[in-house]
Design a binder for this molecule. Structure first.
Ligand code: COI
Length: 362
């Protein structure tokens, strides 16, 4: 692979971040880009000032959705270091998504190194409070200007960075979730486990309808019987029963979350009975009625750990833990954010340090 080309812009004014960052509305000064064609493979890796992407109106991904993305985070630790959380696993997942929709894979080590360089250049944008981070959005799309339905020959890969706070408008307070059975997000053997735009497009109408009714998001049921829990719009779901913590097994239609995977490992290390298995909505309701349901929480890069305070299915309204964050959820939130912030030792090798460097301004 070629060396990265750098076009670095000097900032005229100091970066001032708003008190409430929200999610994905502010972007840093630079992006990483590279291009693919079958002859050269990935080439022209460049870090440069953020700008619009010029695009032919027939660019294939706009029409046929051949586009994938990742979401990961960089953090500022309490010792003022800059770290990434499991970037290797995210880029491996990007490659899994790429294979599923006939796109070229990237070299994981090269992209992680490029990512470290980009984050180092824009590290002044990283917010430092607990729960805040620099959200990293790598994405890839087919660029052929062609209207035939086939995989594109040429692609672009881009990484943009965005300082973020809590994903939900509630902040890190418990969210209100509607169990959705009028629409489905994905079916097994379809694209559900692939981080591609189609899954998010499929979620929009249901989420809009739920938001209009006062919910934060929807909890999807399986695409065939609408009986088993799958995932929430932007996070995986965990149910804390009296004798077990359960999460839906990865059956092909659920996104294999990196936070999900990390939480399962942490719970095992805490000697908790964590099980990956099908969970029916009826089981959740009957456990609630028996008093055996201790809580429900979601996990995701954007959401971190988010307690579900209220869960509604048809005309059944369940208030969980009096609408307060669950004990386990809070412990997990503190554990993960503690690892991100360098307050807790990184016993798992999940943290990648970003070296601070001086880059010559072009
Ligand atoms: C993430 O947690 O990174 C996600 O992918 C959610 C995103 C769609 C906002």
């Amino acid at each position: 692979m070629e060396q990265i080309k750098y076009i670095i812009k000097e900032r005229a004014e100091k970066i001032v971040l708003p008190e409430k960052l929200g999610f994905g509305q502010i972007f840093t000064d630079h992006v990483f880009e590279m291009d693919y064609n079958p002859k050269k493979g990935w080439h022209n890796p460049t870090i440069k000032p953020i700008d619009s992407l010029p695009m032919h109106p027939a660019t294939s991904f706009i029409h046929y959705g051949q586009t994938i993305f990742e979401g990961m985070k960089a953090f500022k630790t309490i010792n003022d270091e800059v770290v990434l959380f499991r970037p290797d696993v995210h880029i491996q997942r990007l490659n899994n998504s790429a294979r599923r929709i006939c796109m070229p894979e990237v070299d994981v080590n090269f992209v992680v190194e490029a990512l470290k360089e980009l984050v180092a250049i824009d590290s002044d944008w990283i917010p430092a409070k607990r729960g805040e981070a620099l959200y990293i959005r790598p994405f890839m799309f087919g660029t052929d200007p062609a209207l035939g339905v086939r995989p594109s020959f040429e692609y672009k890969f881009v990484i943009v960075l965005s300082p973020v706070g809590a994903y939900y408008p509630e902040g890190f307070k418990p969210v209100k979730i509607l169990v959705q059975d009028d629409y489905v997000r994905a079916v097994r053997k379809g694209l559900g486990e692939c981080k591609t735009a189609a899954n998010y497009a499929a979620s929009l109408l249901a989420t809009e309808e739920a938001v209009r009714k006062g919910f934060t998001q929807v909890l999807w049921l399986d695409g065939v019987e609408q009986k088993y829990l799958e995932e929430v719009g932007t996070m995986n779901i965990f149910v804390t029963f009296k004798n077990e913590v359960a999460t839906p097994n990865l059956n092909g239609s659920i996104l294999p979350g990196v936070t999900r995977r990390s939480v399962i490992q942490i719970l095992k290390e805490w000697n908790m009975n964590i099980v990956e298995r099908p969970i029916s909505i009826q089981e959740v309701i009957s456990s609630y009625e028996k008093g055996d349901l201790l809580g429900v929480f979601g996990t995701g890069t954007a959401a971190i750990i988010s307690s579900v305070g209220w869960l509604t299915y048809k005309d059944k309204n369940m208030t969980l833990n009096n609408g307060q964050p669950g004990e386990l959820d809070t412990k997990l939130f503190n554990e993960l954010t503690g690892i991100h912030r360098g307050e807790k030792e990184d016993e798992h090798g999940w943290i990648y340090k970003v070296e601070k460097k001086d880059f010559a301004v072009s």
